[in-house]
Structures are given as structure tokens and as C-alpha cells.
Design a protein around this ligand. Sequence first.
Ligand SMILES: [Ca+2]
Length: 182
Amino acid sequence: MKSMRHLVAALSVAVLAVAGSGSAALADTAPGEMLGDSTFTNDTGQWWGNDVDIRATNGELEANVPSGGFGDLPGGIVNPWDHSIGYSPLSFTGQQLYTLSFDARATRDVTLDVSVYTYNTGQYIPYWDRPVALTTTTQHFEVPVAMYYTASDRSLGFQVGTYGPAYNLYLDNISLVPTQSG
Ligand SMILES: [Ca+2]
């Protein structure tokens, strides 16, 4: 039986990052795969950019992330979610662990925030999020995602807003599956 203690223990597992393994391709859709169109062979499928231009380039999702935030907030505040690359809608089962994996790099070192969230009437509400540090070398990331509530209106997003200069972001082989309990 799953318990909160079980979830917390699993969450303490560090983000795994292995440089240079970005060429590993997903041969077929994994059992339980929740994301379609995530190898970007021809197009970006169901993925979308919010104030970010995205396209499929050389089998990867290429995103042009502008500098600064969306609009003109007082003090020049930049929220990570001012620029997003996302996928929706997604359904989750409460008290379930999921595994998010992807390959990523950027044209400069940058830390983005990956989250499961809703965005309703101007409110960004994350239910899970994790910072991920990217470099100019492709890295493979595997991140445990704990969902506490059953819901069918969630988005998965890469929140990429930054105070720093504009950059390009590259994503590939994005996968989200229920974690096998073994
Ligand atoms: Ca690909």
C-alpha cells in the first residue's frame, strides 16, 4: 500500500543527469506512456509554446525563449511561467508516483522549472515542480513526480522565463509514465 512516507522517500531521489546519452531513442511508445508526439521526428504534435516559438528541428523540439517576462510587471519581475512549453490535458491518479524523463540542452547554462500545473483565470497553480539545470551539452533527466490528487485538467510544462539573455532550448524523447512499483 502506498503511503505518504513512501512518496516522500521516493521524492528524495536526486535528479539523475547523465551527459552524452541524448542519442538514445525511444524505439516505441512505452507501456503507460502519457505523452504522444514527443520524439519530434516531424512536428511538435500536441506540444505548445506560451510566448515561446517552438518547432521540430533535426528531430528535436527547438524553442526560442525571449529575455524577460510576459508583459510589463512592476520592477521588471520575471516569472518562470511567463514563458512555457507545455502539454495538456493530462490525467493523474492521486497517491501515484510518475516518472518524467527527457533529453535537454540550451544555448547557454540556464535553470528552468518543470511542473505539473493548472493555469486558470490568470493564476498559475503548480501541484508539483522541480528546478532542472541545463548546460550546452545534452543531458538525460529522470525525475520522480508525486501526484497527491486525482485530476484530469493538468498540464505538464517547462517554465522557461529568465532574467538572463534570450536562448534556444532543445528537448527530445519526453516521457511521462506511472512509476512501476516493482
Ligand atoms: Ca527525436
